[in-house]
Design a protein around this ligand. Structure first.
Ligand code: VTB
Length: 328
């Protein structure tokens, strides 16, 4: 499927492209710090290490940055909290979403696809959501007609439409789903259609991105609910790779609805398209912590450390894989 620059996800360049390499440094540092905690069974220590390293590196970047998706609220965490001003304080006003260690459990168990993630957008470009909010998500890759799938249609209707558009039988469609009891009915329905289900134990930012890179991953569609912050970060990536995504927040308590309202969400039942979740010019970077489908994990060598990062820009729709060797 050819991705053209006319793709609707492309928007004017408002962000200095030199920041592309700057954000790579930030996710590289976060991933390296977390890598020392791979397989140690200590999720908290791994996460804290990534947060501290990312925060330190972010402080050097020439931006007036504001965290809109972070580690938690100001009174819960010391660093990378929602509303924190970050960056060197010179340069463009930008909003930043971070997930310093996406897949903390994967890292603590040294399992695949734990990554350090950051998205940077024009001020106001990223949907603001609290850490504890979940989101229903659906995503497919580029090259399909707009609206081919819809979050409020049944899984059967969506995979049937997708198989028809792709020109393959349902048995050749693969759906990626988080392996959770809440998805039991979804998984049963997909299997009843003959669809192959790739179950992931964690990490649905990577899950959504995989659905947009079908030729490499074999995954055609992402379905199910997961963290809303992860949904916004995944949308930022999809703005750069092309592809369609919809999200619907799960605001199931009065507290979550109140908090969402204070964060600017007027309609709790709104269906967000990818450009509502991440709008304007967007940069996205992710560095592998553990080896995964998308990225190689950090390699700790005797004299050096190697990292593997994917970094992308919505304006140019450039996707770069940056392999770096850092002196120890
Ligand atoms: C979701 C998913 C994340 O954790 O937030 C999940 O979006 C938590 O879901 O990618 P549960 O509360 O059901 O465990 C991740 O998988 C991060 O690890």
């Amino acid at each position: 499927m050819k991705l053209t620059k006319a793709d609707s996800n492309r928007t004017p360049a408002h962000i200095d492209r030199a920041l592309t390499l700057e954000i790579v440094r930030v996710t590289e540092h976060g991933a390296i710090a977390a890598a020392y905690w791979r397989g140690k069974g200590d999720e908290k220590a791994a996460d804290e290490a990534a947060v501290e390293a990312m925060g330190g590196e972010l402080a050097k970047v020439q931006i007036n940055g504001r965290i809109v998706i972070g580690e938690g609220e100001r009174d819960e965490v010391d660093s990378l909290y929602i509303g924190e001003e970050v960056g060197a304080g010179t340069g463009a006003e930008v909003d930043i979403a971070v997930d310093p260690l996406e897949g903390v459990t994967l890292c603590a168990k040294n399992q695949p696809d734990s990554i350090c993630v950051l998205a940077l957008a024009e001020r106001g470009g990223l949907l603001n959501v609290a850490r504890n909010v979940y989101m229903h998500k659906i995503a497919i890759g580029p090259g399909y007609p707009e609206g081919l799938v819809h979050i409020e249609r049944s899984p059967t209707e969506n995979v049937t439409a997708l198989a028809e558009a792709k020109g393959v039988p349902l048995s050749e469609i693969t759906a990626c789903v988080l392996d959770r009891p809440r998805h039991a009915a979804l998984i049963d329905e997909l299997r009843a259609c003959g669809v192959a289900v790739k179950l992931i134990s964690d990490g649905d930012i990577a899950g959504v991105i995989h659905a947009a890179q079908t030729e490499d991953t074999g995954i055609d569609i992402y379905l199910g609910s997961g963290g809303a912050p992860e949904g916004v970060l995944a949308a930022a990536a999809l703005r750069c790779t092309g592809g369609q995504m919809q999200g619907k927040l799960i605001l199931d308590t009065p507290e979550k609805r109140d908090r969402a309202q204070r964060m600017g969400i007027a309609d709790p039942n709104r269906i967000y398209e990818v450009t509502d979740l991440a709008s304007g010019d967007v940069l996205f970077a992710a560095t592998g912590v553990t080896d995964g489908n998308m990225l190689t994990g950090v390699k700790l060598r005797r004299d050096s450390v190697e990292t593997s990062t994917i970094v992308m820009r919505s304006w140019s729709q450039t996707i770069r894989w940056v392999n770096a060797r850092h002196a120890r």
